[in-house]
Design a protein around this ligand. Sequence first.
Ligand code: NDP
Length: 375
Amino acid sequence: MDQKVFVALNSDFLSFSIPTVMPAWVIDKYGSNDVLRFTKNASFPIIDFPNEVIVKVFAAGLNPLDVSMRGGYGAATLSMKRDPVNIKRSGSEFPLILGRDVSGVIMECGLDVKYFRERDEVWAAIPPWKQGSLAEFVVLSANEVSHKPKSLNHTQAAAIPYVATTAWSALVNTGGLSKDNCANKRILILGGSGGVGTFAIQMLKAWGAHVTVTCSQNAEQFVKGLGADHVVDYTSGPVEEPLSALEKFDLILDNVGGDTERWALNLLKPWSGAKYVTLVTPFLQNTDMLGIADGMMQSAATMATKALKHLIKGVHYRWGFYAPSGPALDEIREMVDAGQIQAVVDETFNFSQVPQAFEKVEKGHARGKTVVQIS
Ligand code: NDP
């Protein structure tokens, strides 16, 4: 459905059409894959703030978070972010559009947007409290958006932003790494073959680090091809044994979680500022189970207890989180266009195959990213 708009300009009247609805995959309740519903009548995004842009989506990347959010994971915290003063009813997030990565073209800019123009090719990682990219259009703040690398097509570009901004936040903001201090640092990536791991290996190698990776035996050549210096197969027995035989590490990025915390911090160089940063945290689960206030207090208590327990042994324990950042994507674009980082696309799907794309992500064993071509 289109709405005709008439604009007076030099006493002539121009008429153009602003769509009010668009095609999208939505969910109307949380559940398994059968809650995904295709509609041609999703609400067209609107610019609410002058620093926002509307992006026409060409490709959307999926992440494990999309599968978790489909099932209701993080609903308490994400609802609070969408509606901080709790004016709306519970369930007002529906129909909810998933999809965290976007590569596309700017269609409209808010009045304060200076850095972008209509028709600019852009990429972004969409915060999980906003409507996602499994739709023809999405609205974002301009500071979450960046110009797309020229060397990548949209499908390739949609494989990078969410895992890249997560790895950047964990390694740079939390881990204190940068292109100037990585040379000869020993980094261990637990879980190197998925989205975050494949990006992190390449970024750290470009910065001169020595990178050890754990992954399945059948991913060994794959991660070596991305630059990993040393690979340990976790499927052939407990990895802590072969890892303990190696020189100790300056930083560990944990993409696996579970019982890794029990042994991984012993692999760090003590009393040297070495850090363990895990992406697998109980933060959203706590707020889902206990409510916002109690869940946050529980998380703060857990985090502080663990940090203290390891600090007295001379190593730092940290939680890492995705953080939206156009400026980080600007720096990553330069690395991509310089040939230092490639997009690792595991499988692509058409817009009509979104449920199959979710099934693929849900099965695990990712070798890079799953991308949906929207148009
Ligand atoms: P993916 O699903 O893309 O990759 C996970 C990879 O880990 C797969 O390649 C899998 O392959 C491998 N793997 C599974 N078990 C092990 C193991 N025991 N040891 C080594 N490798 C293993 O996930 P992402 O890379 O996108 O994300 C990684 C984790 O980080 C997820 O848990 C995700 O939820 C979390 N995350 C957290 C964020 C935050 O803000 N805190 C943001 C983004 C991600 P195979 O099974 O074949 O071995």
